[in-house]
Ligand binder design. Sequence first.
Ligand code: SAH
Length: 213
Amino acid sequence: MEDTYKHKGLRKKLVEEIRKKGIGDERVLSAIEKIPRHFFMDSSFESFAYQDKPFPIGSGQTISQPYTVAYQTELLEVEPKDKVLEIGTGSGYQACVLIEMGARVYTIERYRTLYNKTKKILNKMGYAPKMFYGDGAKGLPSYAPFDKILVTAAASEVPEELLKQLKPGGIMVVPVGTGDTQIMNKIFKNEDGTYNEKSCGYFRFVPLLSNKA
Ligand code: SAH
């Protein structure tokens, strides 16, 4: 795996493209500029790595579109040292963006093959989120509570169990819907345990599935 000047140049362009599409958080943009996205894809597809598009990564799953990664990350308002739970490790790219922003990342993937493959790639790159194989909708009760929770697959409704694992004052970002597109929900947990929700546009995710594979 090599990160050449050409790759770095393509990444700069990608960042400018995402900036034009409305992402203003410089910390998110610099994380994207730093991380070699082509390392997360098979080498024969390298040329696709710096297009602002999702891409298949095996097991019928995808690495999210860079804009979507940036948008979700921005909504999450990540602060250094935040304890963040990600549902849907997939390629691991989103987890690395969170790590670059200083978060302590816990991430869950339900496909054993993807979990294994991604673990190897991240190790090689020197990223070390706490990785779990299992059903993300159940969260990680023994590691809760979390400052932030990010769901990167489409939930049919806001997962109740995850809300419980969010700290008062915390934020959860979750795409909700059963159709072709989902509404991005940003949920604040108030100090008194009540919630405020905000809809933040339409996106397209693979579904959050409940059984392990
Ligand atoms: N965050 C990923 C994008 C992942 S796509 C990235 O940066 O590449 C969504 C991922 O969620 C897929 O890998 C899918 O297998 C996983 N997934 C689906 N249902 C899940 C569940 N119940 N628990 C954990 N992961 C799940």
